[in-house]
Design a protein around this ligand. Structure first.
Ligand code: 6R9
Length: 587
């Protein structure tokens, strides 16, 4: 259903960073002049994000305003960040970690996490942030695939999630713990930082050198390590300015954790490159706390996710309306479909709509957005950003791709070549090549485009699950479940949920000798939680006699989902047997 257009005023349009004229004139080459660059054609994200500002008038501007969980506060200026990151870069080199080595981060949102990420980029290492909420299994799998050389974490996370298997990861040369006493075989952040010689300048990285490796889930197989290069900083700079209205000194809050690509591209790099002051909140979502931050910290630009917006909506208008947000002037959302109700709710209680944006780990930066000057069609993801060519593709009977007309559903594709485009899946050349066809990157999302170029999300073309913004690969969940001795096989799907968008539900078929019971269900769920962490583990587990499979043995997750939701089952011609009712036999 179409909701009424939200029209922007002339004043809104004039104040916006991106006008229709700028959009028409945009080229990446011209935009690149906004970057500083290193001598002899080098480019380093840390230089653009930190040192460049620290060497100029912004030296004393607050770069990171950190809010501790328990009320502590800490400001780091651009000058402070330049010094601290130089120390950490020096520390890495001192321990023999050379440009190209792989650094992993596993910590909550503490200032040191941000210093470590930028310091590692400065030293020329690649950075991979992980979620601190991950269980040991996803951490280990990612550090193995990524051949981690060094891990930065906390003493508690190390003991709970890494210590047991550390000895089996041959690539791992050093573990640096941020707090407390360093456990055996680990280095202490504070001791090392105090002792070390800061590094001068930045590692002379080339634009095409890998800077970030972000893991994302695939439908089948292991998680994919998505490679991004220093050149991506150009897209971070441009999209931060044009889609998020960032600029020097703007007080900006991105609520995402750096363990998710949003928390790195827009919770670290983009705001700093644009010279903004970014709020970092250590705590998790809490209605009152979040509204207090928006009001008391004078947030001007806010980038958040639909799950959080829906939670705030549930708290009722009084919660929001009891405070004032005089500085707030742009709100944006990413990660899952933003319901029209959410957009309109923003308009009602904050006096401005949420601006939906679309992108992926693979795209590295915002590709489609409702920018500040645009009229908003609630429910639409917006239009392609300048410099981005987006298409809607479908396959003809002969298998070739063609572009769909307005209103037709097809796969969202992007013309290859934008600066933050992924440059590989780590160690998986064939999988990477499969993501491209005819010069397009194929996103795996189904969309329509209307006659005015607004894109509308339809669904995923694959079985990936998006729960509270996290992309979850069913395969990874299933692997953890079958480790339980009672489980013969398992399938995981996403079911609609009012708040989280989707929740993970799993089906398990039991080995002979086991019978379904509530107790067994709890036990299997507990194991999954322990191995995967609460963000990834299934919320519900149902017992099933056997799983529907194709003749080639692939689990038909889509069929399970259709049966669960009472939807048409679609093409079941490749189904192995028909006698596998997917009733949710929850005991
Ligand atoms: C940044 C990020 C990517 C997938 C993407 C799509 C979903 C993201 C969305 C959206 C509807 C939006 N997604 N933004 N769906 N509307 N505005 O989320 O990266 O974790 O790799 O997920 O998220 O399905 O393909 P990532």
């Amino acid at each position: 259903m179409q909701h009424e257009l939200i029209r922007k005023s002339e004043a809104n349009r004039r104040a916006a960073q991106l006008s229709e004229a700028d959009r028409a004139a945009f080229t990446w080459d011209a935009a690149a002049t906004a970057l500083d660059g290193l001598s002899e054609g080098g480019l380093n994200i840390a230089h653009e994000a930190v040192d460049r500002h620290a060497q100029g008038a912004a030296r004393d501007r607050v770069a990171i305003r950190w809010l501790g969980r328990d009320g502590a506060r800490r400001d780091l200026t651009y000058g402070d960040l330049a010094q601290e990151t130089a120390r950490f870069a020096g520390l890495l080199h001192h321990h023999g970690l050379q440009p190209g080595a792989h650094l992993f981060l596993l910590a909550g949102r503490v200032p040191e996490l941000y210093v470590a990420a930028l310091g590692a980029l400065k030293a020329g290492l690649t950075v991979t942030p992980l979620f601190a909420a991950f269980g040991p299994e996803p951490i280990r799998m990612r550090m193995e695939i990524g051949a981690a050389d060094v891990l930065v974490t906390t003493a508690a996370l190390y003991q709970r999630k890494v210590a047991d298997w550390r000895g089996e990861l041959a690539s791992l040369k050093a573990v640096i713990v941020l707090d407390g006493e360093a456990p055996d075989g680990c280095l202490s952040w504070s001791e090392e930082m105090a002792a070390v010689e800061p590094m001068e300048g930045c590692s002379p990285s080339r634009p095409d050198d890998v800077a970030l490796i972000h893991f994302t889930s695939g439908t089948t197989g292991r998680p994919k390590g998505v490679l991004h290069v220093h050149q991506a900083v150009l897209a971070h700079a441009v999209t931060g300015r044009y889609a998020l209205e960032l600029g020097p000194g703007i007080i900006y809050w991105c609520t995402a954790d750096p363990g998710w690509v949003t928390g790195t591209s827009y919770g670290l790099i983009s705001p700093l490159v644009n010279g903004a002051t970014m709020i970092v909140d250590e705590a998790e979502f809490d209605t009152g706390r979040w509204l207090d931050i928006l009001a008391d910290e004078s947030v001007e630009v806010w980038y958040t996710a639909p799950t959080a917006i829906r939670r705030l909506m549930r708290a009722g208008p009084e919660a929001v309306e009891g405070r004032s947000y005089p500085r707030l002037r742009h709100m944006a959302s990413v990660g899952e479909p933003l319901n029209p109700e959410g957009v309109l709710w923003g308009q009602k209680v904050f006096g401005m709509p949420f601006h939906d944006t679309w992108w992926q780990t693979e795209t590295g930066a915002i590709m489609i957005a409702n920018t500040a000057a645009m009229d908003i069609r609630p429910g639409a993801m917006g239009r392609a950003m300048p410099g981005v060519e987006a298409g809607v593709l479908a396959r003809d009977a002969d298998g070739s791709l063609r572009e769909c007309g307005p209103g037709q559903t097809g796969e969202l594709a992007l013309r290859a070549g934008w600066p933050s485009m992924m440059r590989g899946y780590l160690g998986e050349e064939a999988r990477y090549r499969k993501a491209f066809e005819d010069g397009w990157y194929l996103s795996g999302d189904l969309v329509t485009r209307d006659a005015d170029g607004y894109f509308w999300f339809v669904g995923r073309a694959d079985d990936l699950i998006k729960s509270a913004g996290h992309l979850i690969g069913p395969f990874e969940v299933e692997n953890a479940l079958i480790e339980h001795p009672a489980v013969a096989e398992a399938a995981a799907i996403g079911l609609p949920d009012e708040t989280a968008g989707e929740i993970v539900r799993a089906y398990v078929a039991l080995n002979p000798g086991y019978t379904p019971s509530q107790e067994l269900e709890r036990e299997i769920r507990g194991l999954a939680r322990k191995r995967l962490g609460p963000a990834v583990a299934p919320r519900e587990i149902a017992f099933i006699a056997s799983l529907p499979k194709t003749r080639s043995g692939k689990i038909m997750r889509r069929l399970l989902k259709a049966r669960e939701l009472g939807l048409p089952e679609g093409d079941t011609s490749t189904l192995e047997t028909e006698d596998t009712p997917a009733r949710s036999a929850t005991p």
